[in-house]
Design a protein around this ligand. Structure first.
Ligand SMILES: O=C(O)[C@H](CS(=O)(=O)O)OP(=O)(O)O
Ligand SMILES: [Mg+2]
Length: 239
Protein backbone atom coordinates (compact mmCIF):
# COMPACT_ATOMS: atom_id res chain seq x y z
CA UNK A 1 0.00 0.00 0.00
CA UNK A 2 1.28 3.43 -0.96
CA UNK A 3 0.71 5.71 2.06
CA UNK A 4 1.05 9.50 1.98
CA UNK A 5 0.97 11.67 5.10
CA UNK A 6 -0.22 15.22 4.50
CA UNK A 7 -1.31 18.17 6.59
CA UNK A 8 -4.64 19.78 5.83
CA UNK A 9 -3.08 22.67 3.92
CA UNK A 10 -0.92 20.27 1.87
CA UNK A 11 -3.99 18.77 0.22
CA UNK A 12 -4.10 20.04 -3.35
CA UNK A 13 -6.89 17.73 -4.50
CA UNK A 14 -9.21 15.22 -2.90
CA UNK A 15 -7.46 11.84 -2.69
CA UNK A 16 -9.47 8.77 -3.59
CA UNK A 17 -9.06 7.24 -0.14
CA UNK A 18 -8.47 9.50 2.86
CA UNK A 19 -7.91 8.58 6.50
CA UNK A 20 -8.27 11.71 8.62
CA UNK A 21 -6.43 11.33 11.91
CA UNK A 22 -7.09 13.34 15.06
CA UNK A 23 -6.00 11.53 18.22
CA UNK A 24 -6.33 14.48 20.61
CA UNK A 25 -9.13 14.71 20.57
CA UNK A 26 -11.79 14.92 17.88
CA UNK A 27 -11.83 11.34 16.63
CA UNK A 28 -11.30 9.79 20.02
CA UNK A 29 -14.32 11.82 21.11
CA UNK A 30 -16.32 10.75 18.05
CA UNK A 31 -15.64 7.09 18.81
CA UNK A 32 -16.73 7.58 22.41
CA UNK A 33 -19.93 9.28 21.26
CA UNK A 34 -20.75 6.22 19.14
CA UNK A 35 -19.87 3.92 22.03
CA UNK A 36 -22.27 5.93 24.16
CA UNK A 37 -25.04 5.35 21.60
CA UNK A 38 -24.89 8.23 19.12
CA UNK A 39 -26.46 7.32 15.79
CA UNK A 40 -24.43 9.72 13.67
CA UNK A 41 -22.15 12.74 13.90
CA UNK A 42 -22.57 15.72 11.61
CA UNK A 43 -19.23 17.46 11.04
CA UNK A 44 -19.96 21.17 11.06
CA UNK A 45 -18.07 23.76 9.01
CA UNK A 46 -18.30 26.42 11.73
CA UNK A 47 -19.60 27.12 15.21
CA UNK A 48 -22.43 29.12 13.63
CA UNK A 49 -23.39 26.20 11.44
CA UNK A 50 -23.34 23.87 14.45
CA UNK A 51 -25.70 26.14 16.34
CA UNK A 52 -27.94 26.62 13.28
CA UNK A 53 -28.21 22.85 12.83
CA UNK A 54 -29.12 22.42 16.46
CA UNK A 55 -31.71 25.20 16.22
CA UNK A 56 -33.26 23.38 13.26
CA UNK A 57 -33.08 20.02 15.06
CA UNK A 58 -33.61 20.65 18.79
CA UNK A 59 -33.07 16.97 19.62
CA UNK A 60 -29.54 17.02 18.18
CA UNK A 61 -26.60 17.55 20.54
CA UNK A 62 -23.80 19.97 19.69
CA UNK A 63 -20.22 19.74 20.86
CA UNK A 64 -17.22 21.98 20.30
CA UNK A 65 -13.61 22.10 21.44
CA UNK A 66 -12.34 24.61 23.97
CA UNK A 67 -14.44 25.75 26.92
CA UNK A 68 -18.19 25.15 27.28
CA UNK A 69 -20.28 27.71 25.40
CA UNK A 70 -23.96 28.69 25.26
CA UNK A 71 -25.96 26.52 22.87
CA UNK A 72 -23.49 23.64 23.02
CA UNK A 73 -24.32 20.55 25.04
CA UNK A 74 -20.80 19.39 25.73
CA UNK A 75 -17.12 19.76 24.82
CA UNK A 76 -14.50 17.79 22.91
CA UNK A 77 -13.37 15.61 25.80
CA UNK A 78 -13.58 11.80 25.89
CA UNK A 79 -13.38 11.87 29.68
CA UNK A 80 -16.38 14.15 29.93
CA UNK A 81 -18.34 12.35 27.20
CA UNK A 82 -18.08 9.00 28.94
CA UNK A 83 -20.92 9.84 31.29
CA UNK A 84 -23.31 11.14 28.63
CA UNK A 85 -26.02 8.94 27.17
CA UNK A 86 -26.17 9.67 23.45
CA UNK A 87 -28.67 6.85 22.79
CA UNK A 88 -30.02 7.28 19.24
CA UNK A 89 -29.00 10.94 19.09
CA UNK A 90 -27.39 12.92 16.32
CA UNK A 91 -24.31 14.82 17.46
CA UNK A 92 -22.98 17.92 15.71
CA UNK A 93 -19.21 18.27 16.17
CA UNK A 94 -17.00 21.28 15.39
CA UNK A 95 -13.34 21.32 16.40
CA UNK A 96 -10.19 23.17 15.41
CA UNK A 97 -8.41 20.39 13.55
CA UNK A 98 -10.27 17.07 13.21
CA UNK A 99 -13.54 18.20 11.70
CA UNK A 100 -11.71 20.70 9.46
CA UNK A 101 -9.51 17.88 8.14
CA UNK A 102 -12.49 15.68 7.33
CA UNK A 103 -14.32 18.48 5.54
CA UNK A 104 -11.18 19.15 3.48
CA UNK A 105 -11.53 15.72 1.84
CA UNK A 106 -15.29 15.59 1.50
CA UNK A 107 -14.93 14.97 -2.25
CA UNK A 108 -12.93 11.77 -1.66
CA UNK A 109 -14.66 8.52 -2.50
CA UNK A 110 -13.80 6.98 0.88
CA UNK A 111 -13.21 9.04 4.03
CA UNK A 112 -12.35 7.34 7.32
CA UNK A 113 -11.87 9.32 10.52
CA UNK A 114 -9.45 7.67 12.91
CA UNK A 115 -7.50 7.66 16.14
CA UNK A 116 -5.82 4.98 18.23
CA UNK A 117 -9.10 3.76 19.73
CA UNK A 118 -10.27 2.56 16.29
CA UNK A 119 -6.85 1.74 14.79
CA UNK A 120 -7.28 -1.95 14.04
CA UNK A 121 -10.83 -1.57 12.72
CA UNK A 122 -9.61 1.22 10.43
CA UNK A 123 -6.65 -0.84 9.23
CA UNK A 124 -8.90 -3.85 8.69
CA UNK A 125 -11.33 -1.84 6.61
CA UNK A 126 -8.48 -0.59 4.41
CA UNK A 127 -7.14 -4.13 4.14
CA UNK A 128 -10.55 -5.54 3.25
CA UNK A 129 -11.10 -2.87 0.65
CA UNK A 130 -7.67 -3.54 -0.88
CA UNK A 131 -6.80 0.16 -1.17
CA UNK A 132 -3.38 0.46 -2.80
CA UNK A 133 -3.05 4.20 -2.27
CA UNK A 134 -4.15 5.91 0.93
CA UNK A 135 -3.70 9.52 2.01
CA UNK A 136 -3.50 10.05 5.75
CA UNK A 137 -4.51 13.56 6.75
CA UNK A 138 -2.44 14.53 9.79
CA UNK A 139 -4.78 17.16 11.17
CA UNK A 140 -2.80 18.78 13.99
CA UNK A 141 -0.10 21.43 13.80
CA UNK A 142 -0.12 21.71 9.99
CA UNK A 143 0.69 18.06 9.56
CA UNK A 144 3.39 17.94 12.23
CA UNK A 145 1.37 16.89 15.30
CA UNK A 146 3.25 13.79 16.40
CA UNK A 147 0.25 12.15 18.08
CA UNK A 148 -1.59 12.24 14.74
CA UNK A 149 1.42 11.31 12.61
CA UNK A 150 2.33 8.42 14.92
CA UNK A 151 -1.22 7.09 14.78
CA UNK A 152 -1.38 7.48 11.00
CA UNK A 153 1.92 5.63 10.58
CA UNK A 154 0.77 2.92 12.98
CA UNK A 155 -2.47 2.36 11.06
CA UNK A 156 -0.61 2.35 7.74
CA UNK A 157 1.84 -0.24 9.06
CA UNK A 158 -0.95 -2.30 10.53
CA UNK A 159 -2.70 -2.57 7.16
CA UNK A 160 0.15 -4.73 5.92
CA UNK A 161 1.61 -6.03 9.19
CA UNK A 162 -1.16 -7.06 11.56
CA UNK A 163 1.29 -7.83 14.36
CA UNK A 164 2.79 -4.32 14.48
CA UNK A 165 3.65 -3.34 18.06
CA UNK A 166 1.92 -0.14 19.10
CA UNK A 167 4.31 0.75 21.93
CA UNK A 168 6.72 3.05 20.09
CA UNK A 169 3.89 4.86 18.31
CA UNK A 170 2.02 5.37 21.58
CA UNK A 171 5.15 6.70 23.23
CA UNK A 172 5.44 9.39 20.56
CA UNK A 173 1.80 10.34 21.08
CA UNK A 174 2.29 10.43 24.85
CA UNK A 175 5.28 12.74 24.36
CA UNK A 176 3.46 15.05 21.93
CA UNK A 177 2.81 18.72 22.45
CA UNK A 178 -0.95 18.05 22.49
CA UNK A 179 -0.59 15.54 25.32
CA UNK A 180 1.49 18.01 27.32
CA UNK A 181 -1.00 20.81 26.72
CA UNK A 182 -3.90 18.63 27.80
CA UNK A 183 -2.03 17.50 30.91
CA UNK A 184 -0.85 20.99 31.84
CA UNK A 185 -4.26 22.63 31.48
CA UNK A 186 -3.23 24.76 28.48
CA UNK A 187 -6.24 23.43 26.56
CA UNK A 188 -9.74 23.97 27.84
CA UNK A 189 -12.70 21.64 28.18
CA UNK A 190 -10.46 18.88 29.52
CA UNK A 191 -10.98 15.89 31.81
CA UNK A 192 -7.92 14.49 33.65
CA UNK A 193 -8.36 11.14 31.89
CA UNK A 194 -8.34 12.59 28.37
CA UNK A 195 -4.76 11.77 27.42
CA UNK A 196 -5.01 8.20 28.72
CA UNK A 197 -8.29 7.68 26.88
CA UNK A 198 -6.73 8.97 23.66
CA UNK A 199 -3.92 6.43 23.99
CA UNK A 200 -6.09 3.30 24.29
CA UNK A 201 -5.39 1.15 21.26
CA UNK A 202 -8.37 -0.66 19.71
CA UNK A 203 -10.79 0.28 22.46
CA UNK A 204 -13.61 0.09 19.90
CA UNK A 205 -14.27 -2.50 17.19
CA UNK A 206 -15.62 -0.14 14.56
CA UNK A 207 -14.12 2.14 11.94
CA UNK A 208 -15.70 5.53 11.30
CA UNK A 209 -16.84 6.39 7.78
CA UNK A 210 -17.81 9.88 6.68
CA UNK A 211 -20.11 10.40 3.71
CA UNK A 212 -22.06 13.31 2.28
CA UNK A 213 -25.75 13.19 3.14
CA UNK A 214 -27.93 16.06 1.89
CA UNK A 215 -24.93 18.38 1.71
CA UNK A 216 -23.80 17.57 5.26
CA UNK A 217 -20.75 15.47 6.07
CA UNK A 218 -21.96 12.68 8.30
CA UNK A 219 -19.81 10.27 10.27
CA UNK A 220 -21.11 6.82 11.18
CA UNK A 221 -19.57 3.77 12.83
CA UNK A 222 -18.80 0.87 10.55
CA UNK A 223 -18.61 -2.44 12.36
CA UNK A 224 -15.47 -4.44 11.61
CA UNK A 225 -15.98 -7.75 13.41
CA UNK A 226 -12.74 -9.31 14.52
CA UNK A 227 -11.76 -12.76 13.27
CA UNK A 228 -12.69 -14.02 16.74
CA UNK A 229 -16.33 -13.29 15.95
CA UNK A 230 -17.18 -10.20 18.02
CA UNK A 231 -20.00 -8.41 16.27
CA UNK A 232 -20.33 -4.77 17.30
CA UNK A 233 -23.34 -2.67 16.44
CA UNK A 234 -23.84 -0.25 13.60
CA UNK A 235 -22.59 0.19 10.10
CA UNK A 236 -22.38 2.74 7.33
CA UNK A 237 -22.44 2.22 3.59
CA UNK A 238 -19.15 2.59 1.82
CA UNK A 239 -19.26 4.04 -1.65
O1 LIG B 1 -10.00 19.75 21.46
C1 LIG B 1 -8.83 19.66 21.07
O2 LIG B 1 -7.99 18.98 21.67
C2 LIG B 1 -8.40 20.40 19.80
C3 LIG B 1 -8.56 21.87 19.95
S1 LIG B 1 -7.47 22.71 20.90
O3 LIG B 1 -6.13 22.43 20.37
O4 LIG B 1 -7.67 22.25 22.28
O5 LIG B 1 -7.82 24.13 20.78
O6 LIG B 1 -9.23 20.12 18.73
P1 LIG B 1 -9.07 18.88 17.75
O7 LIG B 1 -9.76 19.26 16.48
O8 LIG B 1 -9.77 17.76 18.44
O9 LIG B 1 -7.61 18.64 17.58
MG1 LIG C 1 -6.00 17.22 17.52
Amino acid sequence: MDARFLGITDLTEAPSVAVVVDVMRAFTVAAWAFAQGAEKIVLAESLDEALALKARHPDWMALKDGPPAPGFDTVNSPGLLRSIDFGGRTVVQKTTAGTVGALAVKESSLVLCASFVVAEATARLLRTRGSDSVTFVVTGEEGRADEDLACAQYIARRVTEAETDAAAFLRRAADSRAAAELAEGVRQGVHPDDVALCLEVDRFPFAMVATMEDSLMVLRPHAMPSPTGENPRASADIR
